[in-house]
Design a protein around this ligand. Structure first.
Ligand code: 6GU
Length: 224
C-alpha cells in the first residue's frame, strides 16, 4: 500500500511513522508513506498557502492552487483508490472503515488547517471525508497519522502472531479482555487462577466472558 499525505506541517508527521510497527511495515516494503509539503507547490513569491475568506470572518482558508498542483501531479503518476480529506465534519473513523481502506493500493490523505481548504478542492478532488472523533484538533495531521496507523497495521504481514490484528478490540465488536504478566501477585492483587491453570479451553472461555462483560459495561453500543 502507498499512502501520500499532503500537509503544510510535514514535521508533525515525522514521529508517528518512524518507530515500531509503522517503521517495520515500511522496512518490509509493505507500506510506502510519502509526506508532501503543500508549500513546495505554492507559486506565490512568499510561498503562501492560505488567504482570507470571501465574505469576511476570522480565520484563513487553504488556497486551491498548491493543493491542486500537488494532487494533479500525483494523479498523473498513478491511479488512486480514494482521495481522503481529514476534517472534523467528515465521517467518524471506525474499524469497519479501517478494514475497507486497508485493502486499497494507493491513497491520498489531505490534512486541513486553519478554517480548512477552499470548498472547491473538496468538490473537485476529494472522494472521502474522515474525522477521528467529536472534538477539534489544530490540524488534520494527527488525525492523518491515526488513520494511517489504523490501516497499515491491517496489511497482511505487518503484524506477527503476537500482535495479530484479529485479537484487537473492535475487530469483532468486542473490547479486549484484561491481560496479566509476572509477578503472580502485586500489592495483594492476584492474577486470576484460571490464567495460571494451563487449561486452554477454560482460559479461552474466561477471556471471551471478560471481553463480553467489559463491552457490556463500557461500550454497550458496540453490542447492538
Ligand atoms: Cl480529521 N481534523 C481536525 N482538525 N480536527 C479533528 C479531526 C480532524 N477529527 C476530529 N477532530
Amino acid at each position: 500500500m502507498r499512502i501520500d499525505i499532503l500537509t503544510i506541517l510535514p514535521e508533525l508527521l515525522e514521529g508517528p511513522f518512524s518507530a515500531s510497527i509503522m517503521k517495520r511495515a515500511q522496512e518490509k516494503g509493505l507500506a510506502e508513506i510519502h509526506i508532501h509539503n503543500i508549500r513546495d507547490y505554492s507559486t506565490n513569491k512568499h510561498k503562501q498557502v492560505d488567504d482570507y475568506q470571501y465574505g469576511g470572518g476570522a480565520g484563513m482558508v487553504m488556497t486551491i492552487e498548491p493543493i491542486a498542483l500537488l494532487i494533479d501531479k500525483l494523479l498523473s503518476e498513478r491511479k488512486y483508490d480514494e482521495i481522503i480529506y481529514m476534517t472534523p465534519d467528515g465521517v467518524i473513523l471506525d474499524q469497519k472503515i479501517a478494514n475497507t481502506f486497508s485493502l486499497y493500493e494507493n491513497l491520498i490523505i489531505l490534512c486541513g488547517h486553519y478554517k480548512g481548504v477552499d470548498e472547491r478542492i473538496r468538490e473537485i478532488y476529494i472522494t472521502k471525508e474522515i474525522s477521528i472523533g467529536s472534538y477539534v484538533l489544530s490540524g488534520g495531521e494527527l488525525a492523518a497519522a491515526v488513520l494511517t496507523d489504523s490501516l497499515v497495521r491491517l496489511i497482511p504481514g505487518v503484524l506477527n502472531d503476537e500482535t495479530s490484528a484479529l485479537t484487537d478490540s473492535f475487530q469483532d465488536n468486542l473490547l479486549s479482555p484484561p491481560v496479566y504478566t509476572r509477578p503472580p501477585e502485586y500489592k495483594g492483587h492476584k492474577v486470576p487462577d484460571v490464567l495460571m491453570s494451563g487449561n486452554f479451553e477454560l482460559i479461552e472461555k474466561y477471556r471471551e466472558e471478560q471481553a463480553y462483560k467489559r463491552t457490556q459495561e463500557r461500550r454497550p453500543d458496540l453490542l447492538k
